[in-house]
Design a protein around this ligand. Sequence first.
Ligand SMILES: CC1=C(/C=C/C(C)=C/C=C/C(C)=C/C=O)C(C)(C)CCC1
Ligand SMILES: [Fe+2]
Length: 308
Amino acid sequence: MRHSSKVMVWSVVLVTIVMILFSSLFSDTAANWSLWIVLASVVLVGIPHGAIDHIMAEKIYGLDASWRGRALFYGMYFGLMILVGGLWLIQPVLGLLFFFAISIYHFGQADMEDFLTHESSGFTWYITRGLFIIGLIVFSDTTVSYPIMAKAVNTDAAAISHLLPDAGVMLSFVTVIYGSVFFYAWLTNRLQNGMRFLADSLLLTALFLFTGPMIGFAVYFALWHSAGHVFEMQRYLGEQNEPMSLLQFYKSAAPFTLISLAGLALLAAVNHAFGMEEQFIALMFILISVLTLPHMVIVDKMYGEAGS
Ligand SMILES: CC1=C(/C=C/C(C)=C/C=C/C(C)=C/C=O)C(C)(C)CCC1
Ligand SMILES: [Fe+2]
């Protein structure tokens, strides 16, 4: 997690601990609220963090404000969205696997920004970190995660649990891989802020084990991934002598956030009309995946440019 100040870091720790206590002490209420907590995370921070991609792209690719520059960006962005949407339509299982693959890379890349020394090239560490996060999301409570994944690929949860090894085995497996790979990274001086990385990993593990995939994801996505990302973009723009305040960030993010939310509302309305409320989270899941690929491409370029 990269955050701009100590106060931010401690606020994230505090919120995480409060959510862990809330889920443990009031587990029924937490379960009832979890969909709303995910929605709040996605709407208030998750979608806005991707909704300034057009501004980032302008800087990163040096696109000018000409029609040609704009057409290039939106053509690329929507083209990639349609590609992912098409994959979901034609081969939902591949759509799901592809989404997990890009989530692993994208989550891992953003998370490791603060913890890798400059000499180490990132890919292995990104993938290891991302695998751990997705492992926690998928296997921390499969009674919650499997039905959502099943809906997205038109099957039932039993089929998924039949296909995959036991969740406890999978969790231990990803934890052992994560632990050993990063122990090696630490031994070979590829890790910096090692103690903070350890604390960060333990806190995230506790978060998912105590709160499950929904609240765990909501907290991670808003406070680790998206907030960290916003600070990273602020740093990048600051280096380009174009500092961006938080208010400016939300203003710039407003148009595409609202368009995405309108899309989500449309999906919800169509679903409601067909009496398929429980599909909603699966649809939101697919919507996020469609938005993630172009976003990932731009963010990857940003990290490459920042040269970290
Ligand atoms: C499996 C699973 C989930 C996974 C969500 C993922 C994988 C989101 C990735 C988002 C990305 C990469 C955003 C980029 O900025 C949910 C919805 C928490 C619900 C429980 C089951
Ligand atoms: Fe992101």
